[in-house]
Design a protein around this ligand. Structure first.
Ligand code: GDD
Ligand code: MN
Length: 369
């Protein structure tokens, strides 16, 4: 290493690139090599945030890091989540500019210097690599269904944002670290869409710029986007619309509760058509709804405290008891309200709200501690 390079390596990094990764072992070395080529002349470091991948991704990063001081890894144990991984990566850096890049080589790292320059020259606070401006492409999305999903998400997000962003769902962007730091208390941190989370948390005065980027097809490993990720996306939007007045978890719990009502109606109707009597059909519907709600809360609302094995069955028993008591409380309160106000709908609503609050309190304290 020449004298100048040695000094540069000992300086705190000017740019930190955070790479969220789960099961990307085969992509680590090619990615570091690609960054090395793309970022010539910049002082940079790369922080891989791995959620204890079973394929040994973190070990591969450590091997690379042992000979390259610009590389390091945060290995999280017992946690999952793309957005929270990115947030923790940013927090572990002291660089003045931070960027995110996927760990699967789908993002074109050669866009990075232009992104960094816009921030370094104080022309923008946030720079997004967009697939939807002149010169960008979306070729890497696996199929028509993924493209449709992506485009629908983009339209929904654009309706909510105060800025003209052509690609609010991009997972490739750079931001001034002090701006990130100031937005931190407002972030939901759930799901896949950290950029949208940031953009919806920022004020109108944030200066946003876009650079074109090519979204490449994935070569190794597989996408982690699934139904749960989509539900988390919907919840983050609801959470943002509630503007932080209601805790995210409570919103999620409420949405899951509504899904439970739909399951109850669907199953009990099906059971009645299949020839069950009214009470039997109602019982089957209620049990199905409780199971569905428990499963959804376990995989979604309380994903970070997920119960497994014996503890899951114990949790299901407590949850069922709590919901039954919640139902009784619901009816009791609604009756009292009806006796006082003589208003059918409002009394039911009051009962339902008390029931949900009760269930939520028990779930958060006794089931998912
Ligand atoms: N630490 C961690 N934890 N990393 C994760 C997790 C997780 O739970 N889930 C996914 N990742 C990592 C992946 O390993 C990959 O490096 C990156 O996050 C993106 O995940 P993919 O599973 O490859 O996502 P995708 O290709 O479907 O979606 C990409 O395209 C979207 C645009 O359509 C992502 O870049 C999105 O951020 C982007 O918005
Ligand atoms: Mn990908």
């Amino acid at each position: 290493m020449a004298g100048e390079d040695a000094r540069a390596a000992s300086l705190p990094a000017h740019l930190s690139i955070v790479v969220p990764c789960y099961k990307e072992a085969a992509n680590v070395r090619p990615l570091v090599a690609a960054l090395d080529t793309a970022l010539v002349g910049l002082s940079w470091e790369v922080i891989f945030v791995d959620d204890n991948s079973p394929d040994g991704t973190a070990g591969v990063v450590r091997d690379v890091a042992s000979v390259d001081p610009r590389v390091r890894v945060i290995q999280r144990v017992g946690r999952r989540g793309l957005s929270s991984a990115v947030i923790e990566g940013f927090l572990s850096s002291s660089a003045s500019i931070v960027a995110v890049l996927d760990g699967d080589l789908q993002h074109d790292e050669s866009a990075l210097p232009a992104m960094v320059r816009l921030i370094a020259h104080d022309q923008a606070d946030l720079v997004v690599a967009s697939r939807h401006v002149e010169g960008g492409t979306n070729a890497g999305l696996a199929n028509a269904w993924r493209r449709w999903l992506s485009n629908s998400g983009i339209r929904a997000a654009q309706a909510l944002l105060p800025y003209p962003l052509s690609d609010p769902m991009s997972g490739f962007f750079a931001i001034r670290r002090d701006l990130f730091q100031s937005l931190l208390p407002k972030l939901s941190g759930a799901g896949f869409k950290i950029l949208l989370d940031l953009a919806m948390s920022a004020g109108r005065d944030m200066r946003v710029a876009e650079v074109p980027a090519v979204f490449r097809p994935r070569l190794a490993g597989e996408s982690k986007l699934d139904v749960v990720v989509l539900l988390q996306f919907a919840m983050m939007i609801v959470d943002k619309l509630c503007r932080g007045y209601v805790p995210t978890r409570f919103v999620a719990f409420g949405v899951v509760g509504l899904i439970g009502v739909a399951v109850n109606l669907g199953i009990s109707t099906a059971a009645r058509i299949a020839g069950f009597g009214f009470s039997k059909a109602q019982t089957v519907g209620t049990i199905a709804a409780i199971f569905a709600d428990f499963w959804l809360n376990n995989t979604l609302t309380y994903r970070d405290r997920r119960l497994r094995g014996v503890r899951m069955w114990g949790g299901l028993v407590v949850f069922t008891l709590a919901c039954s008591l919640g139902g009784i409380a619901n009816i009791g309160v609604a009756r009292m309200a009806y006796a006082t106000f003589h208003h059918w709908d409002r009394s039911s609503a009051v009962g339902a709200v008390i029931g949900v609050v009760w269930n939520y309190a028990i779930a958060s304290t006794l089931v998912w501690r």
